[in-house]
Design a protein around this ligand. Structure first.
Ligand code: DNO
Length: 397
């Protein structure tokens, strides 16, 4: 697998020369300052690529070319946004990488309730705690109708937790959920979240899936013509939240969308961290079903809390890359076997780019205040462990 590293661009607190020292050879990057629905210009794409290549690295994946809320809800300017997306794809084909990641999560991209939860070893990890999320949804966002989404015992626990939180703790929870995470185009205020939620009135999972298929019908033929490979990132967490449908949470969801628009350009980002939050996730089965369509892999692990409430989303913590609910060795083996099948079939995209997704804040990361989830040393450790697994498996594939 091609070892890559996510770099948020010149504003990233981690530099390209530092990334080079991790042993990663490729970069995953995006023009985060260009808003969803706007065009990525050739000049900006070329400038980003030059920066990356000047550091002795290659730009392998765009993550993400974001899909606007207008496209997801099919409101406002959404048709103009299809045109803009196609134009960005043409510009990427001219000056950027061939693999383009996106997601189709309504309103909020990836979501955590705690960004720096202390670990017994001294580092910190990201967490999603359903009680905290219910505090946010029921009391801070105060979403109409939210109570119906949570069982009685969970609502009671949320009320109790809320009573122990001062204003700072409440503000921090809101920030973590709606404004705290890097790489997501969803730095909303609470009022913006409320009005965005209203735009999903009447949009259930089936309708949202229809909008995704319409979007793919509009952009995949152009991507295929240009030799690009789109790859949808799974929902994180992989459950409905805030009363909104999420439609890319399990392997069957992916099977439906790759079948709906059949093209080598319509593919999948296999994120073991997002998918692995569901107890049924089996990485070998996932690769067995979708292998030829996997254009990009995020390798990361999570551990569900034994004591979590029964609710829409269980509590989970981001664990060490090799030590969580997902069998990472099996995941890597399955992906390497898929690469071998592609090589045998003569596919030019046999090598699948992977990145060590997220990492604990460790050692100097704690002082460096890296972007949540994206510290230097924590990810360096993850990459080194994953690389060791790949080296160990190579002779057995
Ligand atoms: C979190 C990331 C997500 C991902 C987007 C893809 O760390 O995996 O922000 O980049 O959802 O569109």
């Amino acid at each position: 697998m091609r070892q890559t590293w996510r770099w948020f661009g010149p504003a990233d607190r981690i530099s390209l020369p530092e990334i080079r020292q991790t042993g990663a050879v490729g970069i995953v990057s995006a023009l985060h300052h260009v808003m969803p629905g706007e065009v990525w210009s050739v000049d900006e794409i070329a400038a980003r690529r030059e920066m990356i290549e000047a550091a002795g690295l290659t730009w392998d994946v765009v993550e993400s070319l974001p899909v606007s809320e207008a496209v997801k809800t099919q409101t406002g300017d959404y048709r103009a946004h299809y045109d803009a997306y196609r134009e960005s794809l043409r510009n990427l084909a001219e000056a950027g990488p061939a693999v383009i990641c996106y997601n189709f999560m309504p309103v909020l991209d990836w979501t955590r309730t705690s960004l720096r939860h202390p670990l017994p070893s001294g580092g910190t990890a990201m967490r999603f705690d359903l009680v905290d999320f219910a505090v946010f949804d029921l009391h801070l966002l105060a979403r109409p109708g939210a109570a119906a989404d949570y069982p009685d015992d969970l609502r009671a626990a949320a009320e109790e937790r809320l009573s122990g939180m001062d204003d700072n703790a409440r503000a921090a929870l809101v920030d973590n959920i709606v404004a705290g995470l890097p790489g997501a185009n969803d730095n909303w205020s609470l009022d913006e979240v409320r009005s965005l939620l209203a735009t999903y009135d009447g949009i259930d999972a089936e309708r949202l899936r229809g909008h995704l298929v319409d979007f793919l019908g509009e952009v995949v033929p152009e991507a295929e013509r240009l030799g690009l490979r789109l790859c949808a990132h799974p929902d994180d967490p992989p459950y409905d939240i805030l009363g909104l449908p999420r439609i890319l949470s399990v392997a069957e969801d992916y099977e439906a969308i790759v079948a709906a628009v059949d093209s080598p350009a319509n593919g999948v980002t296999m994120c073991t961290g997002s998918l692995g939050v569901r107890p049924g996730f089996d990485p070998t089965d996932f690769v067995g079903r979708l292998g030829p369509k996997i254009h990009f892999a995020h390798l990361r692990n999570t551990r569900r809390d034994a004591g979590g409430f029964d609710g829409p989303v269980p509590a989970f913590e981001e664990s060490e890359h090799l030590d969580g609910d997902t069998d990472m060795v099996a995941a890597i083996r399955a992906l390497m076997q898929e690469e071998a099948r592609r090589r045998a079939a003569g596919r030019s995209d046999a090598e699948i780019p992977m990145r060590p997704d997220h990492g604990h804040d460790l050692l100097a990361d704690l002082e460096a205040k890296a972007q949540p989830g994206y510290p230097l040393i924590g990810r360096l450790r993850g990459l080194a462990e994953l690389r060791g697994v790949m080296a160990g498996l190579a002779a057995t594939i």
